[in-house]
Design a protein around this ligand. Structure first.
Ligand code: ADP
Ligand code: MG
Length: 237
């Protein structure tokens, strides 16, 4: 169906002989934000890496905009309109903020291409840092830059792996505001989060993983009405 932008069917993944994902089925609707939750080690990052093609699915199908991508290299998947902002906010430490954005740019057809100016509008805290080396930024600024780098690829689908990890509450708020704006602009997003409250502020849909399998899925409204349905799988909050 046209409103499904990303579909996983029976996806398995291994690290060597270690079988980590055990048949993941999930659907991301166009313009929706899906919160992917689960304890440490549940397989969230592995799911993200597998979608982005950085880890090959050992079985199953992954379709982006109706097109099979499970055999494509990461660069081809990115050209197809999907970008991953990986866990641990990777930026080029020795490059400036501006250079980090420049090297991530990729033209794709679309109504409103991303520019560094638009990234600075989204995250105004980056603006005074344009010429600063990324390695000297605060954790929160690096996270904003990492998201900005993903946006410079003009994705239709954005995968965000734990964007709030290790950030001070005020900065978490800034990052969350930015993600909310991306959603308003119609980007389709999978958000991996340990911060349950943050995820639930933004989620249209919720999927909970445990040991590489889906143990709960529902709408954001269902989980907001009955948080226990999700939190019982997540450990202590
Ligand atoms: N590079 C790797 N090599 C081997 N095992 C890994 C690797 N990365 C993660 N794992 C294992 O895969 C499982 C899922 O990890 P991960 O997807 O990172 O979980 P999460 O992101 O939910 O915390 C864990 O048991 C973890 O130890
Ligand atoms: Mg992870």
């Amino acid at each position: 169906m046209a409103h499904e932008v990303l579909v996983l069917q029976g996806v398995h993944a291994h690290y060597g002989r270690s079988h980590v994902l055990h048949g993941i089925d999930l659907t991301l609707g166009r313009g929706r934000l899906l919160a992917l939750l689960g304890r440490n080690g549940a397989g969230k990052s592995t799911t993200m890496l597998t979608i982005a093609g950085l880890l090959k699915a050992s079985a199953g199908r992954i379709a982006l905009g109706g097109r099979a991508i499970e055999t494509l290299v990461p660069e081809a998947i990115a050209r197809g309109g999907l970008r991953l902002c990986p866990q641990g906010r990777r930026v080029f430490a020795s490059l400036s903020v501006q250079e980090n954005l420049n090297v991530a740019a990729q033209r794709r057809p679309g109504p409103r291409p991303w520019t560094s100016e638009r990234v600075y509008e989204l995250f105004p805290l980056l603006k005074p840092r344009v010429r600063q080396r990324a390695g000297t930024l605060s954790g929160g600024e690096q996270q904003m830059l990492a998201i900005g780098r993903a946006l410079m690829g003009n994705p239709e689908v954005l995968l965000l792996d734990e964007p709030s990890e290790g950030l001070a509450p005020l900065i978490v708020h800034e990052v969350a505001e930015g993600i909310a704006r991306l959603k308003q602009e119609g980007l389709s997003i999978i958000l991996v989060e340990q911060n349950f409250a943050l995820a639930m502020r933004l989620a249209d849909d919720v999927v909970v993983l445990n040991t590489g399998a889906i143990v709960m899925q529902g709408s954001g409204d269902q989980v907001r009405a009955n948080p226990e349905s999700a939190t019982r799988h997540l450990g202590v909050f």
